[in-house]
Design a protein around this ligand. Sequence first.
Ligand SMILES: *Cc1c(COP(=O)(O)O)cnc(C)c1O
Length: 474
Amino acid sequence: MTPEEFRHAGHELIDWIADYRSNLEQRPVRAQVEPGDIRRSFPDSAPATPLAPDQLLRELEQRVLPGITLVQHPMHYGWFPSNAALASVLGDIASSGLGALGISWESCPALTEVEEVVCDWMRQLTGLSENWEGCIQDTASTSCLTSMLLARERASDYAQNHGGLQGAGKPLVVYTTAEAHSSVIKAALLAGFGSDNLRMVAMDPETHSMRAESLAELVAKDIASGNIPAVVVASVGSTGVTAFDPVAEIAEITVKHDIWLHVDAAMAGSAMLLPECRHLWQGVEAADSISWNPHKWMGTILDCSLMYVRDVQHLVRVMSTNPSYLRSSVDDEVRQYRDWGIPLGRRFRALKLWYHLGIDGIESIRSRLRRDLENAGWFADTVASTEDWKVLVPVKLQTVCIRHEPPGIEGEALDRHTLAWVSAINQSGAAFMSPSMLNGRWMVRVSIGVEATTREHVEKLWTLIQQTVKKPIP
Ligand SMILES: *Cc1c(COP(=O)(O)O)cnc(C)c1O
């Protein structure tokens, strides 16, 4: 493809995307396909002769579009808001078009330095002190794994330079709660801690936040048994119910015992753009690493996960290998982001944050977040004040966990009822919510925060839910 051909096909693609985004509301929220449908609609082998770009665009519409669950649809209340703000999409397109190679400062100085700039802007916008320095990882899962490795090496006095974990005499221990995201457990296992050394700290039964006293007890017990407490992962906005672990109380314990504290704020980090929400991670300055995803509620397009650390020297000492073919004469003066995580090559992700902040502007992003908080508050109040309905967890942000509990329906029958009404709505395509387990029983998470979701949409959802629960269960 020549640049001229690209220009023509690119304009058509952009027009198509703009139409697609304008007309989302007319489509079903959840992809109305069965497993294998999409795959079967494709030929078994790659095209033998070239296709014209407009033909591919038609195939994109016919073959691919039916297989997309529309998370930017105003009636999408599933998982978490994944807004893919169009301003950030432009930045992502710029990144692809520039085709920059991020393997060292030298391979694209702008890629490194714009990333430094936007990470620092985001630090300021979330009220973090100058003690933090950041980078953009692909996902919070990667940030968590990276932080686990940093914790492991600090607790083992750089065991990677001799026998690794196999040479460590004492087990290194990880602490989190059952509310933590599955990526936390995965990171602990991949980093070699072993499931025997993973402690699930007790939670407050109402708020589902980590109980700091229980953490202190477990740490004391491990120390007494000759184990080494290595890392605590605190959830700031847990996945299931958006619970907030008490970071300040946890940090008192981690600082005292020299335990790494990783703050997983993947979802709720967006709320820290609002000064009035920052009490939710009070004490965060005493943590060792923080990660959060602008690609969730804030709405920068995937993949965009910020990771901040305080001890950059330690980070680089653990992550750097520095082979000769990547060295250059300016190495002492520049940042090498390859030493900030696992991959060598990186995309120019900073451009989408820059575009998002530049075009939409922080104040409009903040107003949208505040609007979503108000909508969630309205929804929670309305549900809680309706007979036979419960809001199961105090609402701190934009996730509302609800259940319809009509008299006489309990236990497994209640589970069947919950799953029946939520599945009926999800399958209809009219709206989408995520059913989820809480204390062994099904409930429904209503995650509010799609850019296109207004109060009218939330009201429409509530009407739809009430109509659906009245229908007989098949
Ligand atoms: C979404 C989420 C994650 C995982 O995020 P990825 O970027 O997809 O890896 C981790 N922790 C919490 C609390 C989350 O909400």
